[in-house]
Ligand binder design. Structure first.
Ligand SMILES: [Zn+2]
Length: 365
C-alpha cells in the first residue's frame, strides 16, 4: 500500500487500536488502495474536523462509491480528478460506470454531493429510507419554521433568546452544504446484502448519531465501512434535536452496538474520519466507557453539595463540556447535553419537569 502524504506506511498501535497505515492518508484527489479493490479517498471540510474519508469499491468493470463529501467547489474538483484518474465515465465522457452511489447517512459531509454525483455519473442513490427522507426534508425546510421551532425548543431548555437568534441567523445551512438529494432512491435495509466486486457487503444499521445510519460489512475479508457510527479518536455527536424533543438518541446509539456484537475484533474498520484501524470491539468498549463517564459526571452535578439541585440543559452544559463552548458549537452542545439528560431520565436517575417560568429543569429522582 502506498503512502500519499509522504510518510512511511507502518502499523502504529495507540489506545489499544491498531492503525495499519500509521499516520498515512491520501492527499486530496488521490487514493490509497486500503484493501484489494477498496480505494480510500479524502475530501476537505472547512471545520475543526477538516476531512472526511470516502470509499471507491471496484465493482466488475466499474466502481461503487460510498459517501460524497460536502457541497464545495473544491470537493467537486477533487472528484473530477478522481474520475479522470480512474477512467470513470462522467458528464457525457465515456469510461467505466459507477454502479452504485451509496450514502451512509444524511449529514452534509456524507450527503453533500449525492445529487451532483447522481446526475454527473448517471447512477442511482442507495440509502436507507429514513436517511433519504431526512435529506429531502431538511433541504426543503423553510427558514421560518426551522427558526421558530428551534427557538422555542432551546428557550424551553434554558438558552437566552438572543443567543438562539444568533445561532440561527444564517438560516437553513443544510441547503447550502448539500445539493438537492436525488428524488428517487434505492432503499437499503438492515440485513440487505449488496454484491459488489465479488464481495458480499451486508448492511448493518446503527442509530443515535443519525436515525438509520448504514454501515457496510463484508465477513469474507473482515472489512467494516463504519461511517460515523464507530470512529477512532473521537466520538460522533449524539444529540436531541427540536424535530423530536422526546428522543433518547444516546440510548439508541449504545443499544445499536448490539448489531455489531458479532464482528471480530481484528476486522479492518474504515471510518469516515481519522484513520482506518483494527480493534472494533475494543473501540466500542471505549466509546461505551466514554459515555458512562460523562453520564456519571453529569448526574454528579445534580447531587447537591457544590452542585445545584435543579438544572436546565443550558445550566448542565458546563458539567458535560469542560472547554468553553462558543455560540457556533452551542446547538451541538445543547443537543449532546439533552441526549445525556434523556438517558439519565430514561434510567430513572433524573426527573425533568416544566417550571412556572417556562423552563424545563431536571433534578435527582
Ligand atoms: Zn454524521
Amino acid at each position: 500500500m502506498s503512502s500519499a502524504n509522504g510518510r512511511p506506511a507502518r502499523t502504529r498501535v495507540e489506545d489499544g487500536l491498531d492503525y495499519p497505515l500509521g499516520e498515512s492518508w491520501p492527499a486530496a484527489g488521490r487514493t490509497i488502495e486500503i484493501a484489494s479493490g477498496v480505494h480510500w479517498l479524502r475530501m476537505p471540510l472547512p471545520f475543526q474536523l477538516d476531512h472526511i474519508n470516502l470509499w471507491l469499491l471496484e465493482d466488475g468493470d466499474g466502481y461503487a462509491i460510498v459517501d460524497t463529501g460536502l457541497q464545495l467547489d473544491e470537493t467537486k474538483e477533487h472528484w473530477l480528478e478522481i474520475f479522470r484518474r480512474f477512467g470513470i465515465a462522467h458528464g457525457g465522457k465515456a469510461g467505466k460506470p459507477v454502479t452504485r452511489l451509496i450514502v451512509t447517512h444524511f449529514h452534509p459531509d456524507h450527503m453533500g454531493l449525492a445529487g451532483w454525483l447522481n446526475d454527473l455519473l448517471d447512477t442511482e442513490l442507495w440509502i436507507t429510507r429514513t436517511e433519504w427522507l431526512m435529506a429531502r426534508m431538511l433541504y426543503l425546510d423553510s427558514d421560518a419554521v426551522n427558526h421558530r421551532s428551534m427557538a422555542k425548543f432551546y428557550a424551553l431548555h434554558g438558552l437566552a433568546p438572543d443567543l438562539v437568534d444568533r445561532m440561527f441567523s444564517s438560516g437553513n445551512t443544510y441547503r447550502r452544504r448539500v445539493a438537492e438529494a436525488p428524488f428517487h432512491h434505492r432503499r437499503l435495509c438492515a440485513g440487505d446484502v449488496l454484491e459488489i466486486g465479488g464481495r458480499r457487503w451486508e448492511i448493518i444499521v446503527g442509530t443515535g448519531h443519525a436515525p438509520e445510519h448504514a454501515c457496510l460489512w463484508t465477513a469474507g475479508d473482515g472489512i467494516l465501512i463504519s461511517g460515523d457510527q464507530i470512529l477512532p479518536k473521537i466520538t460522533p455527536n449524539i444529540s436531541v434535536w427540536a424535530s423530536e424533543p422526546d428522543a433518547s438518541p444516546l440510548e439508541d446509539y449504545l443499544g445499536s452496538f448490539a448489531n455489531f456484537a458479532g464482528l471480530p475484533d481484528d476486522a479492518l474498520v474504515l471510518p469516515s474520519h481519522n484513520l482506518p484501524f483494527r480493534g472494533v470491539q475494543t473501540r466500542i468498549g471505549q466509546i461505551v466507557d466514554h459515555h458512562r463517564v460523562r453520564l456519571e459526571r453529569l448526574s454528579g452535578g445534580f447531587a447537591g453539595g457544590s452542585g445545584r439541585a435543579r438544572l436546565s440543559a443550558a445550566d448542565a452544559v458546563p458539567l458535560l463540556f469542560r472547554r468553553e463552548i462558543d455560540f457556533h458549537q452551542m446547538g451541538f452542545a445543547m443537543g449532546e447535553c439533552l441526549a445525556h439528560l434523556a438517558y439519565l431520565e430514561g434510567e430513572g436517575t433524573l426527573t425533568g419537569r416544566l417550571d412556572p417560568d417556562g423552563i424545563h429543569r431536571f433534578e435527582r429522582t
